[in-house]
Design a protein around this ligand. Structure first.
Ligand SMILES: [Zn+2]
Ligand SMILES: [Zn+2]
Length: 244
């Protein structure tokens, strides 16, 4: 399996990083986790074939995770995509996606697609299989608006990838990421405890229980980005590739 960080930034463009979007590909799978507002230009910059992507998992409805979908769908239409596409995310996604599309490109939600587009709502704790990708959502804690919020445990090609999404510490991250081959975890601040986001020191205290094989930090504020030289963990960068 190969993961490329298309974008690993926060909502504020900290460090000049692109909004959250991870591309995962293997012999029989090709999918994205999140599609933030800047994801289409970032995918193009990295030369990632959009028409090979079968599935997009959305963690929540903030623009830095969800706001790229109208651009991606418009691009798919104009490039005459024929391959089916599944977009799966929290409850409400089937209503929120057309509202977002209409706000950005009027009438775009009513465009007749040349390809099959399925929009699927996921329930916490209920695993779903899309092709060779098995997805289990876990409920996480990220405030009052933009939810529901889902962390994902994804199994594909004998590997387990966990993604925390944006969240303050919640015990749900333990089963979501336990023993994962790769855990992509938010580390918004270094040690400051705030609502709705995860700090590295809090995450660090729980790493023995999570016991993942590999950890990569993402969604970092300027505070965290300024400390990358002094922390003993791998941190994402836009364009970075991980084979696992
Ligand atoms: Zn975010
Ligand atoms: Zn968010």
């Amino acid at each position: 399996m190969r993961l490329q960080f298309v974008g690993c930034g926060d909502a504020l463009g900290s460090g000049g990083r692109s909004n959250t979007c991870f591309h995962l590909a293997g012999a029989s799978v090709n999918f994205l986790i999140d599609c933030g507002a800047s994801s289409l230009p970032a995918l193009k910059r990295l030369g990632i074939a959009r028409d090979a992507i079968d599935l997009i998992l959305i963690t929540h409805f903030h623009g830095d995770h969800f706001g790229g979908l109208p651009f991606l769908l418009l691009d798919a239409q104009f490039t005459r995509r024929t391959r089916p596409l599944v977009i799966a995310g929290p409850q409400g996604i089937a209503a929120k996606l057309p509202v977002l599309m209409e706000a950005m490109f009027e009438h775009s939600s009513k465009t007749i697609h040349r390809f099959d587009l399925s929009v699927v709502a996921l329930e916490p704790g209920q695993s779903r299989t899309f092709g060779e990708v098995r997805v289990t959502p876990y409920p996480v804690v990220h405030g009052e608006s933009g939810g529901p919020f889902l962390a994902y445990r994804v199994e594909a090609e004998g590997r387990v990838i966990a993604c925390s999404a944006d969240t303050e510490w919640t015990a749900a991250l333990i089963p979501a990421a336990r023993g994962a081959d790769l855990f992509i975890a938010e580390a918004y601040y270094y040690d400051r405890i705030i609502k709705n986001h995860l700090s590295l020191k809090t995450l660090e205290a729980h790493l023995p229980e999570i016991d993942c094989k590999r950890l990569v930090l993402t969604h970092m504020s300027d505070d965290m980005l300024g400390r990358l030289g002094e922390i003993p963990y791998a941190a994402a960068e836009d364009g970075m590739v991980i084979e696992f």
